[in-house]
Ligand binder design. Structure first.
Ligand SMILES: [Ca+2]
Length: 405
């Protein structure tokens, strides 16, 4: 299959004319350089058109506390919420209260640094089949000391027990404890889309590796029909797109139907990408960030697709949701992104609201929940059209956002 090749140039409206580039090193902010955007061939005139989003005042309610580094939340058809904790616990919030008993039957996870239990997502037909999907970091000692693999598991939730739990996709193993987040999203095509990370090394560019990719799968974890690299020698049939670093957010645009991801850059260069089948999103060849060793990475290469939004300095984006509800009318089709770092401009981790025009050019941003001073790991719109976030802390919380009266 012919792979479309183009690079979508970034538009100036998304760039600051001169970005003070700030690196986070051992907990100390050190200004290391400035990046004149003219280097990237960007005219600077549109900057004045960029506005701050009309500020929305929100009221927050803490639904639950005492969650250990919660990672993902999802609703069941009966209104119960499922919440993962990174140390391998799957919790239930029922009638607004955290159930003291975790759900039994979750596979053993490698929970070190950023690794562990990540996403939880029910099957679209959960009411009939009770299937729940989890992504997690799996120890695979048979592949060598310290080896782990990003893994997709599926089980049947019966009461407080996951039954018939099976690993239905195990990515190629690697050694390490972080930088391999994995989110899930169901497409309207009935297929399961899964992100896999590859922060270090070249795996994101290798067709024979499932790492650093977005995969498109049937609900049993096998490669979906019609995938772009199916039958191409040296490429895994599960691959939908490649060249991703560490995707911590994944959501379908409710208007265009496009799949969007966000991913963490190295120093700077966090991205939102519009995902199309067969495209290469550049990592580690192309990034708006800076390598940990210092040098700027090139931000343009033939055949690689650039982001629709990027952040430099980093905000460490995590969970991402399009708001489609009625309770925040000003937020219609806005994108909400959990930020786990403050970046230089914001100062603290926060919830970022991105506003786009009808052409999906970003027009403004608002930083929410700055007062919390907690890392926002996930953000979702609830069935009640309110917004829920998880804070990535040892005593993490589930927090509900409502419009202030
Ligand atoms: Ca990229």
């Amino acid at each position: 299959m012919r792979v479309p090749v183009f690079l979508k140039p970034l538009r100036t409206g998304r760039l600051r004319a001169v970005v003070p580039f700030v690196a986070l090193s051992l907990g100390v902010f050190v200004a290391v350089a400035t990046i004149p955007m003219s280097v990237q061939g960007q005219p600077q005139a549109k900057e004045k058109n960029k506005q701050k989003a009309k500020a929305t005042v929100v009221h927050t309610t803490t639904v639950a506390t005492g969650l250990w580094h919660p990672w993902s939340l999802a609703w069941l058809p009966n209104g119960d919420m499922l919440v993962t904790e990174r140390n391998g616990k799957l919790r239930t919030v029922r009638d607004g209260k955290l159930d003291a008993d975790p759900i039994a039957g979750v596979p053993a996870v490698h929970s070190v640094r950023l690794s562990g239990l990540m996403e939880v997502l029910p099957h679209p037909n959960f009411a009939q089949n009770h299937l729940v999907y989890l992504t997690y970091t799996k120890d695979v000692p048979e592949k060598g000391e310290g080896m782990v693999a990003t893994t997709l598991a599926r089980g049947r939730l019966e009461g407080k027990q996951l039954m018939d739990v099976k690993d239905i996709l195990i990515c190629d193993p690697w050694a390490g404890d972080g930088g391999s987040g994995s989110r899930l999203a169901w497409g309207k095509d009935g297929m399961l889309y899964m992100t896999t990370g590859a922060s270090n090394g070249n795996a994101a560019q290798e067709g024979g590796s499932l790492r650093g990719k977005i995969l498109r799968l049937r609900d049993d974890g096998t490669a979906a029909p019609g995938n772009p690299f199916a039958g191409k020698p040296g490429y895994k049939a599960e691959i939908y797109s490649m060249g991703h670093r560490n995707s911590l957010g994944l959501a379908f645009n409710p208007v265009t139907g496009d799949l969007w991801n966000n991913e963490n850059g190295p120093y700077g260069g966090d991205e939102i990408n519009v995902i199309k089948p067969g495209l290469n999103y550049g990592w580690p060849k192309v990034s708006y960030g800076r390598d940990y060793s210092g040098p700027q990475i090139v931000n343009f290469a033939e055949g690689m697709t650039g982001p629709i939004v990027f952040w430099a300095p980093s905000i460490a984006p995590s969970g991402m949701a399009f708001y489609t509800g009625s309770r925040f009318p000003d937020w219609k089709n806005n994108v909400l992104v959990g930020a786990m770092l403050g970046g230089a401009a914001q100062g603290y981790p926060h919830l970022e609201r991105l506003v786009f025009n009808e052409k999906w050019d970003e027009t403004s941003r608002q930083s929410l929940l700055l007062d919390l001073k907690q890392r926002i790991r996930d953000v979702r719109q609830g069935p009640d059209d309110l917004v829920y976030v998880l804070t990535d802390e040892e005593n993490g919380g589930l927090i509900r956002l409502e419009p202030a009266q």
